[in-house]
Write a protein of this length. Structure first.
Length: 319
């Protein structure tokens, strides 16, 4: 839903995770590695709060500092376990499965952290220290952008208009732009893609009226997490909507390998054009994971709804 570093023409894709922020969206940027961002990239994000020592065994969160310290410690523990797995397990299959399980736990914990931040900022004093917490929300995907904007506007104008506040406003506006589409050119239904078997597919061939477009890539860790969640939930919605995973990979083998690893049990297609794919450009997809529910009449019904909210929304679609 949201990202700091938006796509720049002619450069490759970049998914970044900061250890302290655990930034969780992927965009078209200057490298194709999945991992930690450089110190210079981290420094590009404005900050008001100095780094704080990590405190352990915190059970309640009276301050943003306490909340962040608790989750930083928990996430770092899981990350350390994940990195040490290859030397602990005898089977590469076991290692791969455990790696995915730990990554899923990390991203689940990150979503929980962001929910906690949102609730804390709503109830706490609207001061400079708490204003800092908004940056975790604008780079996450678990809080709808409308709620983040309303929370941002509840802080004093002096904070909204300082350097950090201006940066936040920019991120909110970018997210709102990508999520504000209500129509699309129906010609995209006739765009040609390949599925994992090498067959040519168009979205016009899909049965039913509604299509869930799920944009992802092999190098995007949160996308892979959402893939595995959708695999488990696809049975709950398969009679309501047609699911189409659209990979923004440019490397075919990377796409196919990630598809096998995630066990995708729904349509999985790509044109291997990355963010330059006509369907991504038409829907103004600038960061992933990104999803959109469309119908075949040229309407974008909703975008960037995840988890149980997505399942509930799909079940309320008119037949």
């Amino acid at each position: 839903m949201r990202i700091q570093f938006y796509q720049t023409p002619g450069i490759t894709n970049f998914c970044f995770i900061l250890t302290t922020l655990l930034l969780t969206h992927c965009s078209n940027n200057n490298t194709q590695k999945l991992g930690a961002a450089s110190a210079s990239e981290a420094a590009a994000i404005p900050s008001l709060m100095p780094s704080q020592p990590v405190k352990k065994d915190i059970q309640t969160f009276d301050t943003l500092t306490d909340l962040l310290a608790f989750y930083s410690d928990s996430i770092q523990t899981l990350e350390t376990l994940r990195k040490n797995l290859p030397s602990k397990l005898p089977s590469s299959v076991e290692t791969g499965a455990s790696q995915k399980g730990l990554m899923d736990s990390i991203y689940q914990l990150t979503g929980e952290r962001d929910q906690q931040i949102y609730q804390l900022l709503k109830r706490q004093e609207k001061n400079e220290a708490n204003f800092e917490g908004l940056k975790y929300l604008v780079v996450g995907w678990s809080i709808p952008i409308g709620q983040i904007e309303a929370l941002f506007l509840s802080f004093p104008p002096a904070l909204q208009n300082n350097r950090y506040g201006t940066w936040l406003q920019g991120q909110i506006q970018k997210a709102k732009t990508s999520e504000s589409r209500t129509v699309y050119d129906v010609a995209l239904l006739d765009l040609k893609f390949q599925d994992t078997q090498g067959s040519t597919i168009t979205l016009a061939q899909s049965p039913g009226e509604y299509i869930l477009l799920d944009f992802w890539a092999s190098w995007c860790a949160p996308c892979r997490y959402e893939n595995r969640k959708m695999v488990k939930k696809q049975g709950l919605i398969q009679d309501k909507i047609y699911v189409a995973a659209i990979s923004l990979d440019e490397n075919k083998e990377s796409w196919l390998q990630a598809s096998r690893e995630d066990g995708l049990n729904f349509l999985n297609i790509s044109d291997l054009k990355g963010f330059a794919s006509p369907i991504a450009k038409e829907l103004e997809v600038s960061s992933i994971p990104y999803n959109a529910i469309i119908n075949k009449k040229g309407q974008v019904i909703a975008s960037n709804i995840w988890g149980d909210s997505l399942i509930r929304f799909i079940h309320k679609l008119p037949r």
